[in-house]
Design a protein around this ligand. Structure first.
Ligand code: PMP
Ligand code: GLN
Length: 406
């Protein structure tokens, strides 16, 4: 059979092919653009600035961890793992949580390995929040919480942390609880403020929630970055909280591998069962060799036990250098973030909105930062910006040298 090549391509198209068009869709997130972390990292790269904006280390992880993952790959552990996570990793997590916080989670029915904390939080919210349910967030808060609640059809109830100190205001939290409140999201150590909840704070929360059916989603990804001898007050330490909590953590933060995106959720069996119903249709499973590698690496507790001292030294180096500037430092109790008030700077740009100031700082001073306004629904501007000090000493020193003129 001969093929007629005389006709051009357009005339070969049927009338419906010729009107091919992408249907218009109504955005689910009219107010959402690219996250500030991506925007500032892009600007920092473009301007050759030191990137103290987005939170991630600029140093590598322990080569033993890379070897452990490589070994798993070479051993052929490259196919789908169990939906809930590989048993050795779930056992290692359960043992670590028990050792640190005294609560024994059953590795089979109460621990689930996730694709980072971001997926863990979204999946927990999708599992329990129905249209019309209210979910309380404490602002400023991590940027994924609010869109996650909205995706589930929930109503976001924003309660401010105390301005200036960023401490929880339990009277305001209590006043926000209604019969429709399904869950409360907390985050300690806190991104962006660097504050850490005390034992008294957690006891107060336990008392507050005791007479209610409010679930707790406790974002504890910075659990090993608590300084000056303070202890991380995991919800797992408080039976009344643990019984109603999804506790979320992330190996990315603890082991300097933010790009690996592996974390976990610990929750009572009934909550875990609901979590897994969503998880299995959300990601189904999480990277197999990384899970085996993490499990092997966790046999040595030194990496997480030495992390507070490791980051405390960097915090001290960074804070010491900032003393030579007119930035006013806020809390530095935990996380790898340091917030500073810019209102006392001698430059006119101090009067710019925080986001504009951060762009100026990146472009003209050569140091990227994140505006606190990015962590508020209404863009609240308090003249505070966030630096990340999870960087090599030389990176921090270069940044401090540039900031010294402010
Ligand atoms: N919660 C907070 C408070 C964070 O700072 C981060 C870091 N991006 C996450 C959750 C997400 O962690 P992961 O990278 O493991 O998804
Ligand atoms: N958690 C990190 C931060 O707060 C980065 C998160 C992200 O890039 N989405 O900077």
């Amino acid at each position: 059979m001969s093929i007629d090549t005389s006709r051009d391509r357009s005339s070969a198209l049927s009338p419906t092919d010729q009107v091919a068009r992408t249907p218009a869709i109504q955005t689910k997130f009219p107010a959402v653009g690219t996250t500030i972390f991506t925007v500032m990292s892009g600007l920092a790269a473009e301007k050759g600035a030191v990137n103290l904006g987005q939170g991630f280390p600029d140093f590598d992880c322990d080569p033993r961890l890379v070897s452990a993952v490589t070994d798993a790959m070479l051993r052929g552990l490259n196919q789908y793992p169990p939906m809930t996570g590989v048993p050795v990793l779930r056992e290692a997590i359960a043992a670590k949580v028990q050792g640190l916080y005294g609560h024994r989670y059953d590795a089979t029915s109460e621990i689930t390995v996730t694709a980072g904390a971001t997926q863990a939080i979204l999946t927990a919210i999708l599992a329990v929040v129905r249209p019309g349910d209210e979910v309380i967030v404490l602002e400023p808060c991590y940027d994924s919480y609010v869109p996650n609640i909205e995706l589930a059809g929930g109503t976001v109830v924003r309660v401010p942390l105390t301005p200036g100190s960023f401490r929880p205001d339990f009277d305001k939290i209590a006043a926000a609880i209604t019969p429709r409140t399904r869950a409360l999201l907390i985050n300690t150590p806190h991104n962006p403020s660097g504050t850490v909840w005390s034992e008294a704070d957690m006891r107060r929360l336990q008392e507050l929630l005791a007479p209610t059916d409010v679930l707790l989603i406790s974002d504890e990804v910075y659990e090993h970055m608590v300084f000056d001898g303070q202890l991380h007050q995991s919800a797992a330490r408080f039976p009344g909280l643990a019984a109603r909590a999804f506790i979320v953590s992330s190996f990315g933060k603890t082991y300097h591998v933010t790009g690996w995106k592996v974390g976990y959720v610990a929750a009572p069996a009934t909550l875990t069962a609901e979590f897994r119903k969503v998880h299995q249709f959300n990601v189904f499973t999480v990277n197999t060799p990384v899970q085996y590698g993490l499990a092997a690496y966790m046999a040595d507790p030194q990496p997480h036990l030495t992390l507070p001292a490791f980051y405390q030294r960097k915090r001290d180096l960074f804070r010491e250098g900032l003393k030579a500037t007119k930035f006013r430092m806020l809390a530095g109790e935990g996380t790898y973030f340091q917030c500073v008030d810019i209102s006392g700077l001698a430059v006119p740009e101090r009067d710019l909105p925080e986001a504009e100031f951060c762009k100026w700082l990146t472009s003209e001073v050569g140091v990227a930062a994140i505006p606190l306004s990015a962590f508020y629904g209404n863009g609240f501007d308090q003249k505070v910006v966030r630096f990340c000090f999870a960087k090599k000493d030389e990176t921090l020193n270069t940044a401090l040298g540039r900031l010294a003129r402010l």
